[in-house]
Design a protein around this ligand. Structure first.
Ligand code: ZN
Length: 285
């Protein structure tokens, strides 16, 4: 016996597979979608209807006929719905509105110092509220996606540990959803970069990837069999706080001699500055 829950799950999965193929290969006919994803033409037609009703996809033009009528093509709807992306690092918050093709439509940046806010969660909510304010139909926003440095539990939407912003176990997703009534997704910034490469960049066909970032901090994101490997509390890629020198400096995380203190941009800059002060020539640094 098929349980209702299973049927609902299969409908959602089919919808998601069909939306993904439209995103990657649209404009595309319903018949071609059916062939490419091996889902029956009837199911494809009904899913496309639902996606059109939700203004996620639209009909646009006709394809080449294989004998009968020219097939009508469907593609993502670039105007009706939008997504808000927020990138937060130790010094800046960037907020952008994007259409379904991930084209940035509007963007603003705010510098971030400890003098800027008392509670970072409240500050983020205030900035988002101001950003959304000009939109007349806020329900057209599909969701807010926020990336953070540090350890993030993406499933629970919790900033587990971010020493630079002084955040520990902050339920940011819950706070934003309660305040703004918009579905919110939170993830580590390197995971966000990996997903962008996987979705829109050079590695769309790769099922296994390691993406390493070196900037304010050091981190990695690991894709295994098309899924991000997160590890305990989402800390799998946080190798920047691995001790590489037991006699090294005390890190902000409390550990000693972390890798981040040797290879991050601020670490390299301060080493260069102190070498210059000591009178070393540029070629010797
Ligand atoms: Zn550390």
């Amino acid at each position: 016996m098929v349980r209702t829950g299973d049927a609902q799950l299969i409908r959602e999965l089919n919808k998601s597979i069909i939306l993904d193929i439209i995103r990657k290969q649209g404009p595309i006919s319903r018949a071609d979608i059916s062939k490419k994803v091996a889902i029956s033409p009837t199911t494809v037609a009904s899913c496309v209807n639902v996606l059109m009703k939700d203004s996620l996809v639209m009909e646009n033009g006709t394809g080449v006929s294989s004998g009968g009528r020219k097939p009508i093509l469907v593609q993502l709807n670039p105007v009706e719905r939008f997504i808000i992306g927020v990138a937060i690092n130790a010094s800046k918050i960037t907020i952008a509105a994007l259409n379904l093709y991930a084209t940035v439509q509007r963007k603003e940046s705010h510098s971030l110092t400890h003098k800027t806010y008392d509670d970072l969660s409240d500050f983020i909510i205030k900035l988002l509220r101001d950003f959304i304010e000009p939109y007349q139909q806020k329900e057209k926003c599909l969701g807010v996606s926020i990336t953070f440095q540090g350890i993030v539990d993406a499933d629970k939407g919790v900033i587990v540990y971010n020493p630079k912003l002084n955040m520990t176990n902050v339920s940011l997703k819950e706070k934003i959803e309660q305040a703004l009534q918009i579905t919110t997704y939170i993830d580590n910034d390197t995971n966000g970069s990996l997903l962008a490469e996987k979705g829109y960049g050079h590695y769309q066909q790769s099922k296994n990837l390691v993406y390493v970032t070196i900037g304010d901090g050091v981190g990695a994101s690991i894709l295994v069999n098309d899924a991000i490997y997160r590890g305990h509390h989402g800390g799998a890629g946080e190798f920047g706080h691995t001790t590489i020198n037991f006699n090294g400096p005390v890190c902000k995380c409390g550990n000693i001699g972390c890798l981040e203190n040797y290879v991050s941009w601020p670490a390299i800059q301060s080493r260069m500055e102190s070498d210059i002060i000591k009178g070393k020539k540029v070629n010797d640094i």
